[in-house]
Design a protein around this ligand. Structure first.
Ligand SMILES: Nc1nc2c(c(=O)[nH]1)N[C@H]1C(S)=C(S)[C@@H](COP(=O)(O)OP(=O)(O)OC[C@H]3O[C@@H](n4cnc5c(=O)[nH]c(N)nc54)[C@H](O)[C@@H]3O)O[C@H]1N2
Ligand SMILES: Nc1nc2c(c(=O)[nH]1)N[C@H]1C(S)=C(S)[C@@H](COP(=O)(O)OP(=O)(O)OC[C@H]3O[C@@H](n4cnc5c(=O)[nH]c(N)nc54)[C@H](O)[C@@H]3O)O[C@H]1N2
Ligand code: SF4
Ligand SMILES: [Mo]
Length: 798
């Protein structure tokens, strides 16, 4: 804490309100938090957004929850009859009810939910919330994974065995070509935006794939205006041009992907040593040596072929003598080329609306301006074909050979710490009881994430078993997830629901107990690494408390540790001592908690980035990738075994003019949505300095579409889908394709200070975008929903 004068304190820290975690200085005058300023000495501190600057308004807002509350009237009653209670009573009641559900039914009948770490400060405590869930014995964690993180972290595990681009972050500082796919860093991650602008100045190229000309799309060398949800075809089409022209890294494909492995044409399985000889292993795979005209064997355990890699065939059909006759086989890469080849530039132009010349140019730029660093986010996450899109972009990226190379997508090192998520506390049998696993065995449930629909189904239909309890750390499921009406019915049917939040949102209103949470400025937070670069990753910072908590609010982490004690789980939580938990976590880092408290700007732990770690050898064996073949899996037998396409394939969005032509008469427009620069998701509409600049929900549409409907800028319109309708004000944008409209979700909160209204979350006069998105059409692998590709009609409302 640096004292300038007696009454002004300037407290270094970081804004924790979203994923950017911008380094900042909090200014406290006479004990009151008055301003947040950027801290350029911090690796993410070059800029702050309006939300960060509005932090004091958030802290002192009159609608903040300040005391624990208990419902005294039935759910569904317009008046919940909230009654102020003590923390002791709130924790005792919560623990008693949760224990009762675990004892009478089962621990998995209680689901734990959490606001996304990308839109909140929950990252302070996310690991500990997971630990509490597992210590309690539940495998059910509901945190928007199917909406926000599936492609970045999980779908690409089927390709890379790791989260690309979620964990392998774009090395923008050294990239020759930057590819942003359905991602607007100007709002989502300021540091990426600032670094990209600097990269453009030094001559890097930029490709942006987005239906809207927004943010960096305006500065891009290529803006690919894709039809919402058709991104898979575009990725495959660009890959097709690259393969056809030979614009791909042959050595990388031969050495590090399963491209050379032979696929049997009779059953689609990879040919194995066992197919060739009874004494050979089914865990060895077969490729074709072109020079010597013989099969070559690849042993994942040794990480090598029994011959010269440069002689491996990537194309062709080979008749192989197996134990059971001759079988035609083709290398994975040959099949890849064939599937990509179905997406010619002409076809891509028809499907995606991206000109054939642009497809060519994109392919050329990705090849000629290497190294390529990419990031993909919301635009391609909330899709019914989200998995195929993530796999297709992942495959395209493999062609560049830039994974973990300087200027590519790099797994930056992290400060060593102890994992505290408590995996060891949950048995394998319990993990196998994750909701959703029977229906979507390769989906989020595989990693104990449940979708909101799985939660609702568990409550309403008791399938695959009854869900009776919910422990919510933030989150506003009813505004954030499709089918809000069904969600409300479900949450109202819970036996017991405790929710911790800063504000009473429409979801929390269905809780039995509501706990008041501090904002990030009223509580400490430990951040180990700031993700975006090696330098950022090396910083460990214990964010200081800027001001005292409002009312009786407590931090999420304190609530976790307290609740654990009340549940009799104190042994896993250092008997409620948060500092002891931090010390345990920090042990391997060599950084002590005391040092962090004495150094509010944080401590830097020297780290060195090593590139191409997959090629590093241990005991003479190359590390490879964490996949069944130890290679990047262009072809996934895991997907095949579950009846899904083994190669990335184009799947038309399930709700689109092509897949549902019968709907287009009534719903002729394609509906997508995007986030608002001024607000995080469903939050912050109550802050006057922000709301003033965006008083009402908006929907962007093309002037021609508006004119046909007699709509002028600023008119109220209804957005109608088969599921219902909501309202927004028209904003005209002539850079949109005429058949595409873009809405906003998250509107419910009023801002009385400037006379801005609240919106009914459940009716046609309201503005809850997700009320008009259904839950039936989902990604068959992940359960992701069509928030970003739907059909609608727009009408003026008088
Ligand atoms: N200001 C602000 N910052 C935030 C948030 C916020 O709400 N507000 N939320 C935080 C969170 S939780 C997240 S996940 C991140 C997300 O950050 P982003 O993913 O960058 O967020 P969006 O602007 O919603 O979506 C990115 C782009 O996807 C485009 N898009 C829409 N449909 C499609 C499509 O079908 N294909 C393609 N290729 N693009 C499409 C939109 O036009 C938009 O420009 O931001 C985080 N930061
Ligand atoms: N149509 C459409 N729907 C979307 C999206 C979209 O772009 N379009 N985006 C999706 C995405 S990417 C995401 S991540 C989800 C987000 O959905 P949610 O995770 O539900 O996120 P929010 O709506 O931002 O926050 C919900 C609540 O969390 C509380 N909160 C904020 N910070 C904290 C904290 O530190 N602790 C606690 N206990 N509570 C806190 C807020 O006060 C708020 O009441 O929504 C998804 N839904
Ligand atoms: S982008 Fe804005 S809200 Fe997000 S961390 Fe930075 S200042 Fe805070
Ligand atoms: Mo998100």
């Amino acid at each position: 804490m640096v004292e300038n004068t007696q009454s002004i304190k300037r407290i270094p820290g970081y804004c924790a309100l979203c994923r950017s975690r911008c380094g900042s200085i909090a200014v406290v005058e006479n004990g009151r938090f008055v301003a947040l300023e950027p801290d350029p000495s911090h690796p993410t501190g070059r800029a702050l957004c309006a939300k960060g600057r509005a932090a004091p308004e958030l802290v002192y807002h009159s609608d903040r929850l300040r005391y624990p509350l208990k419902r005294t009237r039935p759910k569904g009653d317009p008046d919940p009859g909230w009654q102020r209670i003590s923390w002791d009573e709130a924790l005792n009641l919560s623990a008693a009810n949760l224990r009762r559900l675990a004892d009478e039914y089962s621990p998995e009948s209680v689901v734990f939910s959490m606001v996304s770490p990308s839109t909140s400060a929950i990252v302070d405590s996310a690991n500990w919330i997971e630990r509490l869930m597992r210590a309690f014995g539940s495998p059910n964690f509901c945190q928007s994974m199917e909406l926000c993180g599936w492609g970045r972290y999980l779908a690409t595990r089927y390709t890379y065995g790791a989260g690309v681009p979620g964990n392998y972050m774009p090395d923008l500082e050294n990239a020759g070509c930057i590819l942003f796919w359905g991602y607007n860093p100007n709002l989502a991650r300021l540091d990426h935006a600032v670094t990209t602008v600097a990269a453009l100045k030094r001559g890097a190229r930029l490709i942006v794939v987005d239906p809207r000309r927004i943010g960096l799309a305006k500065k891009a060398d290529l803006w690919l205006q894709v039809r919402p949800g058709s991104d898979g075809a575009l990725a495959l089409g660009i890959a097709h041009v690259m393969i056809e022209r030979g614009w791909y890294d042959r050595d990388f494909i031969r050495n590090w992907t399963n491209g050379p492995l032979l696929v049997r044409s009779d059953n689609g399985r990879l040919l194995t040593g066992r197919d060739l000889s009874a004494s050979d292993s089914a865990q060895r795979y077969v490729a074709w040596n072109e020079a010597k005209q013989r099969p070559m064997l690849f042993d994942p355990a040794l990480g090598s072929y029994d011959g010269d890699n440069t002689e491996l065939a990537l194309f062709g059909e080979f008749m192989i003598d197996t134990l059971h006759g001759t079988v035609g086989c083709r290398p994975v890469f040959d099949l890849t080329a064939e599937v990509c080849g179905r997406n010619t530039p002409e076809r891509v132009e028809t499907i995606c609306g991206v000109g054939r010349d642009q497809v060519e140019s994109a392919a050329r730029m990705l090849w000629e301006a290497r190294p390529v660093a990419y990031y993909a986010w919301s635009g391609v996450e909330m899709q019914t074909n989200a998995t195929q899109i993530a796999r297709a972009i992942g495959q395209l990226y493999a062609l560049t050979g830039n994974l973990d190379a300087p200027g590519g997508n790099v797994l930056f090192p992290s400060v060593p710490t102890k994992d505290v998520v408590g995996r060891e506390l949950l048995s394998t049998e319990q993990a196998a009881r994750t909701l959703g696993l029977p229906e979507l065995p390769l989906g989020p449930a595989r990693w104990q994430h449940v979708t909101s629909e799985e939660l609702y189904r568990g409550i309403l239909e008791q399938q695959p078993y009854a869900v009776r309890g919910l422990v919510g750390f933030g989150a506003n499921l009813l505004l954030s997830h499709a089918d809000s009406g069904r969600g409300r019915e479900a949450l109202a049917g819970l036996d017991f629901y405790v929710h911790a939040d800063l504000f009473m949102n429409p979801t929390a209103e269905l809780a039995d107990i509501v706990l008041p949470v501090t904002s990030a400025f009223e509580s400490e937070g430990l951040k180990i690494g700031f993700e975006v670069s090696q330098e950022a990753q090396s910083l460990v910072q214990l964010r200081q408390r800027v001001v005292e908590p409002q009312g009786e609010a407590r931090s999420d982490i304190e609530i976790v540790f307290d609740l654990a004690n009340h549940l009799g789980l104190g042994a896993h939580f250092w008997d409620g001592d948060v500092d002891a938990g931090y010390r345990y976590q920090l042990e391997p880092s060599g950084v002590s908690l005391d040092t962090l408290r004495q150094n509010p700007r944080g401590v830097r732990v020297p780290l060195q980035t090593r590139h191409r770690k997959f090629a590093e050898q241990r005991n003479g064996i190359a590390q490879g990738f964490d996949t069944p073949t130890r290679k990047i899996e262009l072809y996934s037998e895991t997907l095949l075994e579950h009846g899904y396409p083994p190669l990335p394939a184009y799947e038309e969005p399930l709700i689109s003019p092509l897949s549902r032509p019968e709907l287009t008469q009534r719903y002729p427009l394609i509906l997508t949505c995007a986030k608002n620069t001024l607000f995080c998701e469903t939050q912050q509409r109550a802050l006057p300095s922000l709301r003033r600049h965006a008083p009402d929900p908006e929907v962007e549409l093309h002037p021609a579409v508006a004119a046909e409907r007699g709509i002028s800028p600023g008119d109220w319109v209804s957005i109608e889908t088969p599921e219902g309708s909501v309202r927004a004000r028209a904003r005209l944008d002539d850079t949109l394709k005429p058949n595409v409209v873009c809405g906003q979700h998250g509107w419910w909160q009023p801002c009385p200070e400037i006379g801005a209204p609240g919106y009914d979350a459940f009716g046609p006069d309201g503005a809850n975008f997700n009320l008009i998105i259904g839950h039936e059409a989902i990604d068959p692998i992940s359960g992701s929903v069509p928030h970003r590709a739907y059909l609608c009609q727009i009408r003026r409302v008088d």
